[in-house]
Write a protein that binds this ligand. Sequence first.
Ligand code: FE2
Length: 410
Amino acid sequence: MLFQNARIENAAPADFRIENGLFAGFGASLPPKPGEETVDLGGRLVLPPFIESHVHLDTCLTAGDPVWNLSGTLFEGIECWAKRKDKLTKQDIRERVQRAVRLYASHGVQFIRTHVDVTDPSLVAMEALLELREELRDTVELQVVAFPQEGILSYPNGKQLMKDAVRLGADAVGAIPHFEFTREYSVESLNFAMRLAADNGLLVDVHCDEIDDEASRGLETVAARALELELFDKVTASHTTAMHSYNNAYVTRLMRLLKMSRINFVSNPLVNTHLQGRMDAYPKRRGVTRVKELTEAGINVSFGHDDIFDPWYPMGTGNLRDVVFMGLHVCQMMGYEEIMGAYRFVTTNAARTLHLGERYGIAKGRPASFVVLDAGQYYDALNTNAVVLASYKNGKKIAQAAPASTKVLF
Ligand code: FE2
């Protein structure tokens, strides 16, 4: 199958061919083979598929059920979720996750890293997500993180539940050091989680310092353990919102360790802009980590939703364009080149975080997975909220859309 006039990652229009589910060749103008199907993309933007690098699918699509979070705070969100948790069944989780995955797919997302709460003796959410990971493998690939929402040391039997989740088949080990009862627990929880990952050959993704407390310093422990256990870029620090509030002298020292450790960062600009700074009088902090400085230092950063229409965040449709749009605003990254390249936060950078390796990217011999947007380059795609016209996974179309059309009647 031959695709003509594609602007691959903002480049000049060119052609590419897919065969047997793989990218088979690229060129300025490829002649069709006899009988070959051709698709003229008319100069439209082609990107590698979008990747959600941080979401909680087990809580998604529950906003307002049974009660709305009226203050919008993290704490009222926890109260709302406690009421919803009573109704949690495997069927309920499966049905919501399937709906959310289809929303994502409609926006060109093909890979999702989901955190799943394992501070639950039944581990029902973990079981549901692991089932769906297998069922959805050919369309949207799920990567499942064992996430101890209420702590590892601070929750009854927390260590054993983490081990059980790993035994069931989690892809990555999580932690939540800023939520543990004490600083000692925080450090010990990280030592435990990262050793567990190392022993089982798993990835690590820590909810790290998601608080406006400048004294929350789980990040340095995550980075030090990543270095010492030689986990390096298998490790991701998510949120790191306290880093927004660290003093600059400390950050300067920390940056050396962060670079040496080679860990990834995930920022969640929608949710952290909504939730952080809530204890501040004016001026109020933005509470998003230092994406611009990390990126300029060559450290890998990707963007995620965190929540979709749940007690902590009442919006979200699975469209990563919204995440990028907010991220560029709050991180003050609106230079022309920054806007043009911003798709990388939800494509290639996220692929590094998820460790997709050679399975991802528009290159000869790799799986023919890509999206076509109704725009010529990413600047316009972002600014106009361009529709994902088609999403191909391993050479097969898994979603399509028609461009919206509005007529102004004057
Ligand atoms: Fe999260």
